[in-house]
Design a protein around this ligand. Structure first.
Ligand SMILES: O=C1C[C@@](O)(C(=O)O)C[C@@H](O)[C@@H]1O
Length: 253
């Protein structure tokens, strides 16, 4: 797998990196949350800006992001606006989405920027290119909260995202059965055989938990863990996850 190095974190190498989302509604909540999250020593931080009450005010968003960066210093920050249609907290007009992501990237306020490729549509390739030109690492994402597509469809979705020029691709699906979890793992391993692009996959909910711990074997390079609060169903507490990932790594050696 290609390795993406951001501030001393090597994504795509060794133990899957733990990313903890910040989900506070306002500055006070986020500051309190950051103190809790820091204790778990995450590899990456995700700011889920769709949880933020002032997400429609780019100036306030950039201000908050500045504080998050100052607070985490050497820990790379992933900036995500997860839209309602893909399981997030809010809807947003695509023009506002573009404006926000561009502003954050141009001001170099995020190390990694999440782009919902299928939600944004055809123009996502050009958009990803523009964001990359600012120096940001772009993570292409797709989320299915209502179910799990077939292995073929998931593998095709990962392939499409790889080809739109993103540096990392991510797919999150909701299982209705144990077989669905296996389907996600199969699609992940299929892409591992054919592509060096770092990928992140997860099957959400309690039954999908296996997918959050086995990335070193299946080729999923980042796993999302809960800090103060989970940002999606099935996330494991960061401290517990760190232990399990470390044990698996040691056994594999
Ligand atoms: O896309 C993802 C993955 C996720 O949905 C999960 O299932 O852990 C959590 C989100 O915060 C993140 O943006």
């Amino acid at each position: 797998m290609n390795i993406i190095k951001i501030k001393n974190v090597e994504i795509g190498k060794g133990i899957p990196k733990i990313c903890i989302p910040l989900t506070g509604k306002n500055r006070e909540e986020i500051i309190e949350e950051m103190e809790i999250v820091k204790k778990s020593n995450p590899d990456l931080i995700e700011w889920r800006v769709d949880f933020f009450e002032e997400s429609d005010n780019p100036e306030r968003v950039c201000e908050m992001l500045g504080t998050i960066n100052d607070s985490f210093k050497q820990i790379p920050v992933l900036f995500t606006f997860r839209t309602k249609e893909e399981g997030g907290e809010k809807s947003i007009m695509s023009e506002d989405y573009v404006k926000l992501l561009k502003e954050v990237s141009e001001r170099r306020l995020a190390d990694i920027v999440d782009v919902q490729v299928f939600w944004y549509g055809e123009k996502s390739e050009d958009f990803i290119k523009e964001l990359k030109e600012t120096g940001a690492v772009v993570l292409a994402s797709s989320h299915h909260f209502e179910g799990t597509p077939s292995v073929r469809e998931m593998s095709d979705a990962l392939y499409t995202m790889e080809n739109r020029g993103a540096d990392i691709v991510k797919l999150a699906v909701m299982p209705q059965s144990g077989k669905d979890v296996c389907a996600l793992l199969e699609a992940t391993m299929e892409r591992k055989e054919h592509s060096n692009k770092p990928r992140i996959t997860m099957s959400m909910g309690q039954s999908g938990m296996l997918s959050r711990i086995c990335g070193e074997l299946t080729g999923s390079c980042v796993t999302f863990a809960s800090g103060k609060q989970a940002s999606a169903p099935g996330q494991i507490k960061a401290d517990e996850l760190k232990k399990v990932l470390g044990d698996i790594h040691d056994i594999l050696k």
